[in-house]
Design a protein around this ligand. Structure first.
Ligand SMILES: [Zn+2]
Length: 149
């Protein structure tokens, strides 16, 4: 069986990958640390990792997503490069990434982009008052925006 995107995601828990980029501290259900993303220098940790939904969100630079998005932001990769990078980390050789997977990767990226735009749209609407309720809504939207393959 060829490795699917979901399989690659499972082999790369976001808390592990994020933990390689920044020092994370457990705070209840989530992990917090200083944002490791480019163009965001901070002193207060606002980078938050959600192991339950395998996602992250930075309250400072307002970037978030799943483990693929994390390496895309951090390494400047496109989605396919991120998949390859994480596959390599999970010891899945590049040649095992089938043509179908590569086609799928491109397709799902397009879907995900559309969903990310939708999430961002709602986030912008809600940005004015940053209550905890607003944050929850944003996270729900984000979770729904994650494409399951
Ligand atoms: Zn940030």
């Amino acid at each position: 069986m060829k490795p699917s995107i979901e399989h690659i995601r499972e082999l790369n828990p976001i808390e592990k990958i994020a933990g390689e980029y920044t020092k994370l501290k457990a705070m209840g259900e989530v992990l917090r640390g200083k944002c490791p993303l480019p163009a965001h220098q901070e002193t207060e940790p606002s980078f938050t990792v959600y192991p339950d939904s395998q996602s992250f969100y930075c309250f400072g630079c307002r970037r978030g997503g799943d483990v693929f998005n994390l390496v895309m932001y951090r390494e400047g990769f496109d989605f396919l490069e991120a998949v390859r990078f994480l596959a390599a980390k999970a010891n899945i050789p590049d040649e095992e990434l089938s043509e179908e997977l590569i086609a799928l990767v491109k397709e799902s990226r397009a879907i995900e982009d559309a969903l990310t735009l939708a999430v961002e749209y709602y986030r912008q609407l809600l940005i004015a008052e940053e209550t905890s309720a607003v944050v929850e809504v944003g996270e729900e939207l984000h979770t729904e925006g994650t494409v399951q393959l």
